[in-house]
Write a protein that binds this ligand. Structure first.
Ligand code: HEM
Length: 207
């Protein structure tokens, strides 16, 4: 019974985290489609709400329930679980996402929020905000989140006995993130519009 409840908690955590990551993704794309500052700031605020309200609580539920299941059923505190490919892969990718999400990505969005508030105060996009928005490193880690998340879900549901799925799916995730990092900024006419500070408030078109 306890195990069943832990598994339910785990799946609820996965649902929350997945919903949050998709919300962040949509808000991010929205931020690239609008050219007036107030709407851009709304998109930045939505990104933060999705991270703090869904991704982070979901990740905590996953960590607590997952650790509990490992301790009670998959070898206790002995690190034996690292010999089970799907479980070790799930823990490794989760650790990567958790550390990356709470360092690079989170710090980036906090900085973006601060620069956006400053830009709102001045009434136009500032050069700092424009530079921050074009950061390739954070775009890459950000675009890696959903493919890696899906890799973790695939490992948990199929429970393969080898490392093939872990390595193949991780490599595909990196390839998808690189492709998105290169393609998405080109799809949206975002940078040229920021050159002129005072523009009338209307939305740009997505490609
Ligand atoms: C983003 C993070 C994670 C996601 C999305 C995720 C997702 C999943 C999913 C979808 C399952 C399959 C559930 C089922 O078959 O009913 C599962 C199983 C499991 N996960 Fe995770 N998980 C994550 C992180 C973790 C972590 C960090 C641990 C351990 C420290 C962990 C431990 C487990 C265990 C032990 C199971 C097996 C449950 C069972 O079928 O008996 N998970 N996970």
């Amino acid at each position: 019974m306890t195990y069943t409840l832990l598994k339910l908690t785990h799946v609820i955590g996965a649902v929350l985290m997945g919903a949050g990551l998709i919300g962040v993704w949509i808000a991010d794309l929205r931020g690239r489609q609008v050219e007036d500052l107030p709407r851009f700031s709304e998109a930045v605020r939505s990104i933060r709400v999705f991270y703090d309200g869904l991704v982070f609580p979901g990740a905590l539920l996953l960590l607590v329930s997952g650790t509990w299941m490992v301790v009670t059923t998959y070898g206790g505190w002995s690190w034996q679980f690292l010999k089970i490919p799907w479980l070790a892969g799930m823990a490794i990718l989760f650790a990567f996402e958790f550390i990356e999400g709470n360092s690079v990505t989170r710090l980036y969005f906090l900085r973006l929020g601060r620069l956006t508030r400053e830009a709102l105060r001045r009434g136009h996009f500032t050069p700092e905000l424009k530079r921050a928005r074009e950061s390739t490193t954070t775009n890459f880690t950000h675009f890696l989140d959903i493919p890696l998340y899906l890799t973790i879900v695939a490992l948990g549901t199929t429970k393969p006995g080898t490392w093939t799925l872990f390595f193949a799916s991780s490599a595909i995730s990196v390839a998808i993130a690189i492709a998105l990092t290169l393609v998405v900024p080109r799809l949206f006419r975002w940078s040229p519009m920021l050159e002129s500070p005072a523009r009338p408030s209307h939305e740009g078109s997505a490609a």
